[in-house]
Design a protein around this ligand. Structure first.
Ligand code: SAM
Length: 359
């Protein structure tokens, strides 16, 4: 039975499911889920992420981790945790870049939180020569306690969301049903949702308004914020998203670098939604942690020394290589590419000194 058939049967026997349930199955079904079966990154895959575009991205994140570690008085043992590490490229570049920082390599314990056994194998291969003993976990809760530095690039956008629509009867959940042609289609819950489910600023939005809520992102942010507040450390979150609660749909499906129908071919295409950074910030503050206001990816990368790294890297390269390296850097930073859509937020210990380049 295919994943589509399995989800259809579930809907036909139990009634329409939430979009979050549909996404959970499409991305994480142990047998057919997108991340369980595919290695989607790069030109030959479905999409490309920043660490796969340029090594500078992971290197500057490595330097960010090292600068934070120095700011924390160089603890002799700490956990460096990456959420959703993809191919492991970011971590490999980050670890390589920190080799120049005395003591860092001896103090770091590397942990990867990854749900896909297939991608764990890819990460193992990428990081096999890093010289570090890597530990894999299914959830952040499984990482041992101690000073913790968390990095998460394009992790939160991959978490399942729910959608609600303002109707004459109040806010109702958007559900996934099966039509008479056995195709998935959207429907609306017949019962209104508790208003507490809707971001308070948007409760009075006009009829027809659509709101997205990512409970998984809020729960994970609470867990990691609590850990940071009690154990020390910080979390660096990078993703495409928006800064204030907003009306409108951002759910998207991507296959072979093209947008596709979100309800078609579950398990065969990527599904993501833009990240609501204000809800992550609220979740962190509820745990007593400090939030350092989001910068754009462009501000963050230049603030971390992109210009000097670029100059150094192109010192000895051929004109063609220099062109490629500079084009990749532009892709990460240009306003019409990834530079402003992507935001960078840090969660730290209450009243701690802002980390670079947030000061
Ligand atoms: C879009 S990819 C980002 C990959 C990588 N960070 C990068 O920048 O190339 C999302 C990653 O998160 C993982 N992932 C998605 N949902 C997860 C979850 N709930 N728990 C753990 N890992 C998850 C995926 O398997 C994948 O490795």
């Amino acid at each position: 039975m295919s994943l589509s058939q399995r989800i259809s049967q579930r809907i036909l026997s139990g009634g329409p499911i939430s979009l979050a349930e549909f996404m959970e199955a499409a991305l994480g079904d142990p047998e057919f889920g997108y991340y369980m079966t595919k290695e989607p990154f790069g030109v030959g895959g479905d999409f490309i992420t920043a660490p796969e575009i340029s090594q500078i991205f992971g290197e500057l994140i490595g330097l960010w981790c090292a600068a934070l570690w120095l700011q924390l008085d160089s603890p002799s043992s700490f956990h460096l945790v990456e959420l959703g590490p993809g191919r492991g490229t970011l971590m490999a570049d980050a670890l390589r870049a920190t080799k120049t920082v005395p003591g860092f390599q001896q103090s770091v314990h590397v942990h990867l939180v990854e749900m896909s056994p297939k991608l764990q194998q890819v990460q193992q291969k990428t990081l096999g020569s890093s010289g570090h003993t890597i530990k894999w976990h299914r959830h952040i809760e499984d990482v041992p306690h101690g000073v913790t530095i968390v990095i998460a690039n394009e992790f939160f956008d991959a978490l399942p969301i729910r959608q609600f629509i303002q109707t004459e009867a109040g806010w109702c959940e958007r559900l996934v049903s099966v039509n008479s042609d056995q195709q998935f289609e959207f429907s609306i819950s017949p019962h209104a949702t508790e208003e507490t489910e809707i971001p308070a600023q948007l409760v009075d939005a006009p009829p027809g308004s659509l709101v997205e809520v990512c409970e998984a992102a809020e729960a994970i942010t609470k867990t990691l914020s609590h850990r940071i507040q009690t154990n020390g450390g910080a979390a660096l979150i990078i993703d495409y998203g928006y800064l204030k609660p907003a009306i409108g749909e951002t759910l998207q499906a991507v296959s072979d670098h093209r947008f596709t129908d979100v309800l078609k071919n579950p398990g065969k295409q990527d599904l993501t939604a833009h990240v609501n950074f204000s809800s992550l910030a609220d979740a962190a503050r509820q745990q007593g942690a400090e939030v350092f206001a989001p910068l754009t990816q462009e501000q963050f990368l230049y603030g971390m020394g992109l210009k000097s790294r670029l100059a150094r890297l192109t010192n000895t390269t051929t004109p063609a290589q220099t062109h490629d390296i500079k084009t990749a850097a532009t892709r990460l930073t240009a306003a019409d590419q990834m530079g402003t859509l992507f935001k960078v937020m840090v969660i730290g210990v209450k009243n701690s000194t802002p980390p670079a380049p947030f000061a």
